[in-house]
Design a protein around this ligand. Sequence first.
Ligand code: 5GP
Ligand code: ZN
Length: 114
Amino acid sequence: MEDCIFCKIASGLIPSQKVFEDENVFAFRDIQPMAPTHILIIPKVHHANLTAMDKADQTLGGTLLHMANIIAQQENLDNDGYRIAINCGPWGGQVVQHVHLHLLGGRELAGELG
Ligand code: 5GP
Ligand code: ZN
């Protein structure tokens, strides 16, 4: 996707603080962190949001979740705990139209899900 900021980050066109990369997944630190650790985990392939992913993308969805688990352990978040969030659509608070998992940790999280 030409005008997608996260596609540009995943391809290295826009710099980011990379945390992890393989052939399918890219993870980087959020530019406006909401917690001491705030990492975004995205597929390299463009999907506008979760709604745009279908049955054929189930494996990719599982891969993203698994990578969030692995990165949480690498960042030492697993002992105290952490949150994974996917914002979808305007009422879900989605701002960037490329599906992404937020991995938040490093402090006790409250808020609407707390
Ligand atoms: P959303 O609200 O769409 O779920 O989350 C988008 C997230 O992307 C926000 O937390 C925002 O801070 C982050 N973000 C937006 N633009 C950039 C950027 O250029 N670089 C990085 N690292 N994060 C970004
Ligand atoms: Zn994209």
